[in-house]
Design a protein around this ligand. Structure first.
Ligand code: GLN
Length: 461
């Protein structure tokens, strides 16, 4: 972390603008860039008594899962875990919290970038409902998925900030995706927990275990930890039932079509003319195309270039129907999966919310396409414990994308999700591995059920 002040401490991911520090997205193309204003989320936190203690390392433009693709180098986990992945792309924010350098750290979560680092550093990472926290002053990666997320050592710190100080209620007219006040009020009126009361029991809460999350790649100790977490939830009075989210596997593929497509379009402006550090080796007599190519070739790292190529291809006329349009259809199916299993309806869907009072229960259940109705989903955040950096650096891009299988579905559907530390039932073998004998437990809620999600996560963690 680059530190530049002390006080009530807030660490800020390097893709979020804050006055007094550079905002480079850990990319050479933005090296030396100072955005001349605070992102709305930064000014909202400053007005609540926080001061920015530094900008944190990340994967370049948020593209990655282990904070290994940033131009400033790999983000290291806190000792004694320095040889293990800190997760990504908000790895630096998570490490600043785990080291106690900041009480709250801001990250961004497009497909898991706040939850994954939380799982790999033993901290708490919360991704709010899409549209709740302003993204004004946050450099976009994939606009339809990007959210600002919060990291802290405890759920209580996050709940106190988001719900206790009514951050959730603040609309930002500078961000077109910030939910309007009237819609916020309508959504809030349909939910409970926004009064900030802590819960004392899980009685009356049903948790779903998605059967499709029991993938082959799931590490056996993480699977045991998941089962143990379900038992703890039952011991605390909660009900646990299996549910089916059949589109899970397709969700990962759809994400890796949609996110790169949006990224390719967002990153087109960094050409050394409109934005981005111009490649100074360029012969001034060279045609513009050469300047543009040289700037982008030297300014972007390998993973970002891969995403730009992938995204440009899937948006090309030859591929758009087979990739981009199909991925958007899968996205609808993913949303439908979630709406089918949650008891609460999604206040943003076109369909009228079910009015339970004038309907026979069997009709309601039929409309929801099945009898399984849950309040929250309970699953691991990542399929494995924190992997060794050594292994990660030799992974193929596809292996690395596979890590996101449990985090991208909630992102595609815009739902709130949180990762809390999960102790593992069976101790790993001695040696290196035993140092990182933990994982992340993820809870996912229906849209705008953030307050209840946080109060339940507080009990489960
Ligand atoms: N690992 C995912 C990706 O590379 C998620 C990143 C994110 O949430 N910013 O796209």
């Amino acid at each position: 972390m680059r530190c530049n002040s002390t006080g009530a401490r807030l660490a800020v991911k390097d893709n979020i603008a804050s006055l007094g520090s550079l905002t480079t997205c850990d990319s050479n193309i933005l090296a030396g860039t100072a955005i001349p204003f605070d992102a709305t989320i930064v000014s909202q936190l400053r007005s609540r008594g926080f001061s920015v203690v530094g900008k944190t390392g990340m994967d370049e433009f948020g593209m990655g899962t282990h904070s290994t693709t940033g131009a400033r180098g790999i983000v290291r986990n806190a000792e004694p875990l320095q040889d293990f992945s800190a997760g990504g792309s908000s790895g630096g924010s998570a490490v600043s919290v785990s080291k106690g350098e900041a009480e709250i750290a801001l990250g961004t979560d497009t497909g898991g970038s706040v939850r994954m680092p939380a799982a790999y550093t033993g901290t708490v990472g919360f991704k709010p409902s899409y549209g709740m926290l302003s993204r004004f002053g946050v450099v976009p990666y994939a606009n339809s998925l990007d959210t600002v997320g919060l990291l802290a050592k405890t759920v209580t710190k996050i709940r106190d900030l988001l719900i206790g100080t009514k951050l959730f209620a603040e609309h930002d007219h500078n961000d077109p995706t910030s939910l309007p006040v009237s819609v916020r009020q309508r959504c809030t009126a349909q939910r409970t927990g926004y009064d900030g009361q802590a819960r004392s029991t899980l009685r009356g809460i049903t948790f779903g275990l998605p059967i499709e999350y029991n993938v082959e790649e799931l590490n056996s100790s993480v699977r045991d930890g998941w089962i143990r977490a379900a038992q703890i939830v039952e011991d605390m009075g909660g009900r646990v039932v299996p549910v089916s989210l059949p589109t899970t596997r397709m969700a990962l593929s759809a994400y890796y079509v949609i996110a790169p497509a949006e990224a390719a379009s967002n990153l087109a402006k960094y050409d050394g003319i409109r934005y981005g550090r111009r490649n100074t080796d360029t012969d001034t007599d060279a045609p513009d195309g050469v300047l543009y190519a040289k700037t982008r070739a030297s300014g972007f790292g390998k993973e970002v270039k891969r995403r730009i190529l992938l995204g440009s291809y899937s948006l090309s006329s030859e591929a758009v129907d087979n990739y981009f349009i199909q991925a958007q259809k899968v996205r609808q199916l993913v949303r439908r999966d979630f709406d089918r299993v949650f008891k609460l309806s999604n206040p943003l869907r076109d369909e009228q919310p079910f009015d339970l009072s004038d309907m026979d229960e069997s009709v309601v259940l039929e409309n929801k396409l099945g009898p399984t109705q849950v309040d929250f989903l309970l699953c691991p955040t990542a399929p494995t414990t924190p992997p060794l950096l050594e292994e990660v650096l030799h992974q193929t891009p596809l292996d690395s994308y596979m890590n996101d299988v449990f985090t991208v579905p909630a992102s595609l559907a815009g739902l709130p999700a949180i990762s809390v530390p999960m102790g593992l039932a069976s101790p790993a073998q001695d040696g290196e591995e035993s140092k990182a004998n933990f994982g992340g437990l993820q809870l996912i809620g229906q849209y705008w059920d953030d307050a209840r999600l946080l109060s339940v996560a507080e009990l489960v963690s």
